[in-house]
Design a protein around this ligand. Structure first.
Ligand code: HEC
Length: 142
């Protein structure tokens, strides 16, 4: 049984890699390390997060909140120092949420990932989610 689940996860992860798209700003940055981070983040997300937060982070009534809306307060700000600060704060919240999980009055809503994922792996997921958001925004603008 476990084997089957593992295989499915691997297929999901491979699928996510094969069809990965890179958003315009990220692509413009032209950094192959950013692209690599997004690809790694995509695979890690597919393996560990998508069943609660939605496949490719598209949240359709999943148990976890819509992670593409996490930075909506920052999205309203114009580009500049204030927005950068807001995004940095959002990133700190993201990392802490993932590392520590979400446990309220003893009930585990999300497990802690600090024993499973490294800081870099968590940041790769964040880059992946940012890229997903960009792609969706770009497709809406078309
Ligand atoms: C078992 C289901 C489950 C899994 C697996 C899961 N999450 Fe969650 N996650 C949740 C739930 C539920 C919440 C909301 C908890 C609360 O605050 O009430 C949450 C909250 C979060 C938050 C905080 C969002 C916010 O705006 O408050 C982040 C960030 C997050 N998850 C990221 C991740 C990442 C990244 C992964 C994969 C490594 C992951 N989650 C895996 C269920 C899950």
């Amino acid at each position: 049984m476990m084997r089957v689940i593992e295989k499915r996860l691997m297929i999901a992860a491979l699928g996510a890699c094969a069809f990965i798209q890179i958003g315009p700003v990220m692509a413009q940055a032209g950094q192959s390390d950013v692209t690599a981070a997004i690809q790694r983040g995509s695979a890690t997300f597919a393996q560990h997060c998508s069943h609660c937060h939605g496949v490719e982070a598209v949240n359709k009534g999943h148990v976890g909140p819509d992670l593409l809306r996490s930075d909506r307060y920052c999205d309203r700000l114009p580009k500049g120092a204030e927005k950068d600060m807001c995004m940095a704060d959002g990133e700190a919240f993201f990392v802490r949420s993932v590392q520590e999980g979400k446990i309220r009055v003893g009930i585990v809503h999300m497990p802690a990932w600090k024993e499973v994922l490294s800081m870099n792996e968590i940041l790769d997921i964040r880059r992946y989610l940012e890229n997903r958001k960009e792609l969706i925004a770009a497709s809406r603008a078309r």
